[in-house]
Design a protein around this ligand. Structure first.
Ligand code: SME
Length: 162
């Protein structure tokens, strides 16, 4: 099942809306929650989008849209832990071929995870799942990396903690 949508928007329009949205309030959780909601509304053919945030050595579930998900991911585990540990975007075209993929929703087939960086330090990840293989190409990589950059820059500017 896909997330419910309004209308798909071009990536640059989504990023413009996100920039305007995050500037509305200096609270970090409010920023992440609205970022997840905005992406879920305008990115078609996805079933989960949201954040995992660093808590000690683990990543813990943050604001998201989609089905309830695993709450805690150990160091380096899953696609999220690998992206966080490496400090780089990971795109998985077929999650069945990613040996350590953590299946929160059996419907998920492809995934993109982007580190969320504040003051040059990764503080979590932005994760998106799709129920179709190879959903995330070059355009989506730019979109999600752009979204994480906008959120990270805002958290930094607002001196917000999450
Ligand atoms: N699939 C992720 C876990 C989080 S869920 O997709 C929401 C992973 O392997 O890290």
């Amino acid at each position: 099942m896909y997330l419910e949508q309004t209308e798909p928007l071009a990536p640059e329009e989504i990023l413009q809306e996100l920039q305007a949205l995050v500037e509305g309030d200096p609270d970090g959780i409010a920023c992440l929650a609205n970022a997840a909601a905005l992406l879920s509304l305008h990115v078609p053919r996805i079933n989960w989008v949201g954040f995992y945030l660093q808590r000690g050595r683990d990543l813990v579930l943050g604001p998201f849209q989609g089905k309830p998900a695993c709450t805690r991911i150990g160091p380096g585990r899953g696609v999220c832990g690998a992206s966080f540990a490496r400090g780089e975007t990971i795109v998985v075209d077929d999650v069945l071929t990613f040996p350590d993929h953590i299946a929160c929703d059996a419907a998920s087939r492809s995934e993109i995870v982007v580190p969320l960086v504040v003051r040059s330090q990764p503080i979590g990840v932005l994760d998106c799942d799709a129920p179709v293989p190879a959903r995330f190409g070059a355009e989506e990589r730019l979109l999600f990396e752009g979204a994480a950059r906008i959120v990270g820059a805002w958290l930094e500017a607002a001196e917000a903690s999450v």
